[in-house]
Design a binder for this molecule. Structure first.
Ligand SMILES: [Zn+2]
Length: 323
């Protein structure tokens, strides 16, 4: 529809960089509603890494102020958005907006609120549109026990799903990672199957919540960044599994391992080996299933490498400041 197209075009132009210098160029004319436009208090700028989001994507938010910022918080449709201070300066904070794989397409208001070091309140409001993700449908034949599990297996899988949900519901208040995220297998830069809808032996299953990285059994699996191990055990569907908490509601998931090399509570440095590639659980062959959860949203993990990878000045600056 033309009206929808018009909205999309306008948003592309407006949403990418919201610069709000109210003293010289107010974005909101008196009487304009904040719902359909974007606004920040004077002296604050909000930028999104992309003008729109799609299911399973991740956006980087940058908030800059002319004054030092004491704290910044984000809310997107009732979900909190993790923010952290950037080393570039006290007047600059970054946040990650995770769009769950199955989030209903539509427009959602992102509200960012905070306070400057001198106690002045700041806020921004941006409408973020979510498009339907383009995901393939895959037909798979797997062992009958996985499609028609026994009552005991169903009970076990349900308990494990709840256990994972409980983990992802908790957000460690401090940021445990530092610098860029990496793909967990050496020499691998891309993965497949994210969001793929699977039809298992003719029955539709849940969408694929991670990427499958190619690897042979025994290949070392590295932690994508620094964090704490919060799960290290064999699960019904994902086999030998490790979950690492990176803080601020950000978790990475490593499945189908042939061996687990860590235990719950272990503090891992970025890149530490946490296990080996395998074919445990519901698989058709050895590979690493790698997942990323940001504030309970299942998103494509390769995007955090892209967003907090090469563009991140944190590591480079830290290294250059040390002898
Ligand atoms: Zn997988």
């Amino acid at each position: 529809m033309s009206s929808q197209d018009g909205t999309v075009v306008r948003r592309r132009r407006m949403c990418f960089a919201v610069v709000c210098l109210a003293a010289t160029a107010p974005l909101l004319s008196p009487g304009a509603t904040a719902k359909d436009t974007e606004a920040c208090t004077a002296g604050t700028t909000l930028r999104l890494s992309a003008p729109e989001a799609s299911q399973g994507s991740l956006l980087l938010i940058e908030v800059k102020s002319t004054k030092p910022l004491a704290e910044v918080e984000g809310d997107w449709g009732g979900r909190s958005v993790p923010f952290w201070r950037d080393v570039a300066g006290e007047a600059h904070q970054k946040g990650l907006l995770g769009v769950d794989l199955e989030k209903a397409p539509g427009k959602y208001e992102l509200k960012v609120t905070g306070q400057t070091a001198s106690g002045e309140k700041m806020n921004c409001s941006v409408m973020v549109a979510v498009r339907k993700g383009r995901f393939a449908t895959e037909k798979l034949q797997v062992g009958k026990q996985f499609v028609e599990p026994s009552p005991e297996q169903i009970k076990r899988a349900d308990e494990e799903r709840q256990k994972l949900r409980d983990i992802f519901d908790r957000a460690t208040p401090e940021r445990l990672w530092d610098g860029k995220f990496r793909v967990p297998l050496d020499g691998v830069t891309t993965g497949a199957n994210f969001g793929r809808r699977r039809i298992l032996n003719g029955n539709p299953g849940s969408p694929h919540g991670g990427v499958d990285l190619p690897g042979t059994t025994g290949t070392p699996v590295h932690a994508a960044q620094r964090g704490r191990v919060v799960l290290a055990e064999e699960l019904f569907f994902s086999g030998n599994t490790v979950v690492v908490d990176h803080g601020l509601g950000i978790y990475t998931f490593y499945g189908h391992l042939s061996e687990i090399g860590v235990k719950v509570g272990d503090a891992l440095e970025a890149g530490a080996v946490l296990g080996k590639v395998g074919a445990t659980g519901r698989v058709t062959g050895p590979h690493l299933h790698w997942g990323l959860t940001v504030e309970r949203a299942r998103v494509n993990p390769l995007l955090i490498v892209k967003l907090l990878g090469n563009s991140s000045g944190e590591v480079a600056r830290k290294k250059s400041s040390k002898p």
